[in-house]
Design a protein around this ligand. Structure first.
Ligand code: TXA
Ligand code: MG
Length: 323
């Protein structure tokens, strides 16, 4: 694969990006969560291009992005009322909804399953591309398989330069971690991937219990143990362990608090994010990208609190440090 990857910006390059999509190419575009690698969900060539660019196994299904709640019926059937309650409450926004698929939705998008995951992203760029290309856009995160997710156009190029037709530079993704995925086809709505919208918020909207798949032993296709990993090895330590160990010159640290570190600390090597989960999320992948560029011997991650607002972050951290 040796493509010239164009860097585009909207609105001036919308037609160029839409033409690439219509030809079956894939284009990386910002969503509010992370950059997505978009391709026409109805075009087998586009789907093949997405899997090839990411070197992603075809057993890992893709989310279809739409820009209108009324388009749910184009992709899904037997739609429960709860899907509309959630879409009305959170779309456009970082919630993806799993439903039974329409028969014509390609099995290469859904990894051969009878279900499809739909999402209406809260991103002007992404919505503009959906509308201009007149297509539902399948879009995984725009990174090589298992590598750190991208929250800037530069992150996309680190991983996919020469492998995709274009990236639309829309600045920093505002949320910073991937959408929550909820399965509403089950008797009890079940969160398949924790994300910015947690179980308490979803259960308040639906006025009923919402569960986490991870607590029920339900396996989710594509939720590999190792994911979001930089090239530098990452280790999880408690605040106390970090304070006892200290930080050597060639070691990096991502913290949420301000651990007391002795000796001279190279400021570049210690990134203190935030003790507020949504601020931490926004900077998390960028911090991994930044430290990975420094070619350190390892990166330490300070373990974060275990309260509900941290569930999605702890899920990502668990995969970053998984061996
Ligand atoms: O925030 C996001 O959701 C981002 C942006 C680009 O929209 N997208 C994203 O896509 O995170 P990706 O491909 O990195 O993760 C999609 C995951 C799959 O790995 C799988 O776990 C789940 O969504 N998924 C998709 N379709 C599914 C299906 N039919 N059944 C079960 N899980 C599905
Ligand atoms: Mg991903």
């Amino acid at each position: 694969m040796n493509k010239t990857t164009l860097t585009l910006s909207f609105p001036e390059d919308i037609d160029t990006a839409a033409r690439l999509i219509q030809k079956g190419e894939c284009v990386a575009v910002k969503t509010e969560t992370v950059y997505g690698l978009a391709g026409d969900a109805n075009n087998p060539l586009a789907i093949e291009n997405i899997f090839q660019a990411k070197a992603r196994p075809t057993s890992n299904p893709l989310i279809v992005h739409i820009a209108d709640i009324d388009d749910i019926v184009k992709w899904a059937r037997d739609i429960p009322e709860s899907a509309y309650q959630l879409a009305n409450a959170y779309w456009p926004g970082p919630l993806s909804i799993l439903l039974k698929k329409q028969p014509w939705v390609s099995g290469s998008v859904t990894a051969g399953q009878d279900t499809v995951v739909l999402r209406f992203p809260d991103s002007q760029d992404f919505i503009a591309l959906i509308k201009a290309s007149k297509a539902g856009l399948a879009a995984p995160s725009a990174n090589k398989y298992k590598f750190i997710s991208p929250t800037t156009a530069e992150h996309v190029l680190t991983s996919l330069n020469g492998r995709i037709a274009a990236v639309v530079d829309g600045g920093d993704a505002e949320v910073g971690i991937e959408s929550t995925i909820i399965d509403v086809t089950r008797d009890i709505p079940t969160i398949l991937r924790p994300g910015p919208i947690d179980d308490i918020m979803l259960s308040d909207t639906l006025h009923r219990e919402v569960r986490y798949a991870a607590n029920l032993g339900i396996t989710v296709p594509g939720s590999a143990k190792q994911h979001y990993q930089p090239n530098t090895p990452v280790f999880l330590l408690s605040t106390k362990e970090i304070e006892c160990k200290g930080l050597r010159r060639n070691e990096g640290l991502i913290s949420y608090s301000s651990p007391r570190l002795s000796g001279h600390i190279d400021e570049e090597n210690h990134l203190q994010l935030s003790s507020e989960p949504s601020h931490y999320s926004k900077r998390f992948y960028d911090a991994l990208h930044q430290l990975d560029k420094l070619a350190l011997s390892c990166i330490y991650l300070e373990s974060t609190p275990t309260t509900t607002p941290w569930i999605a972050i702890n899920n990502r951290i668990g995969r970053v440090v998984a061996g």
